[in-house]
Design a protein around this ligand. Sequence first.
Ligand code: ADP
Ligand code: MG
Length: 314
Amino acid sequence: VARPTVIALGGNAISPPGSAGTAEEQTANIGRSMVQVAELVASGTRELVLTHGNGPQVGNVLVKNEIARDVVPPVPLDWCVAQTQATIGFVIANTLGHELAQRGVSQPVVPVVSRVRVAADDPGWQAPSKPIGGWLTDAADVARRRSEGQDFLAHPDKGWRRLVPSPEPLDCMDRPAIELLLGDGAIVVANGGGGIPVVDDGTGLLHGVEAVIDKDLAGSMLAQQLDARRLLLLTDVPGVALGYGTDRERWLGPTPVTTLRTHLNAGEFGTGSMRPKVEAACRFVERTGGEAVIAALDDLLEAAAGRAGTRVLP
Ligand code: ADP
Ligand code: MG
């Protein structure tokens, strides 16, 4: 099998900020993104793995959990991730399948419910850092949740937001299935939302845990494991900027990984937004010698051809 391309789609490709996030809106947004992906496939990139974010979607599932907690038992965070992998995977399969058929391409699109192993002793467990869900305003409710072991970020005006650990992705447990599907010519959707975080209890049995894995780091790990020829991280800006949002802002074109790593170590990039993408790209390039690109979703074809975005070079 030829080495696959791995594409990581940001949350904006699915539910841009400011949109209500109805099923119709999300379907339309995913459909628009899949036009780009279908063009790439039709132009000859047949070995393809897609991964995607799920922040807004998982936030909504958590809200429903809480509102309905006296009627149906709340489900744990790993179940919430599994649910969003399924719904987003369904819509991707449906919209991408249609766009491919219109271009005369008959490859199946297969979403895989994907588990990613994390370490039970990851340092992330000691310092929950990833905000999830909406802002809560009821102090008594937050106190009850704290007594149940949840952690919160406090904001003077907005209230409280839940913080969960974000452990390092170690291993995609569904990689053998993904490889079988790729080998049979499928386009695979995997590791959505960073993957369902699981730990091995020592007997080989996996247990879901209350954490969220960064989707860019999980996409990079999967690309490394699949020996991908390249990793494309797609978002809503044209690439990586130095001095982002300042008057010395400068967008980076093709950049050696050592240079980018130096900027990263100097604290140049926004934590929680561009930083994980740059880390994900650097890891892939450092460990495989392949190329990674951070680019705007709208520039997918140009980015894949090396003509747009920030190319990270070995
Ligand atoms: P995604 O949903 O695609 O993961 P994020 O919001 O996490 O998107 O990350 C993309 C955002 O990162 C951009 O919209 C931009 O506002 C922000 N950003 C922060 N620092 C930088 C930077 N140095 N260069 C470019 N974008 C940056
Ligand atoms: Mg992000």
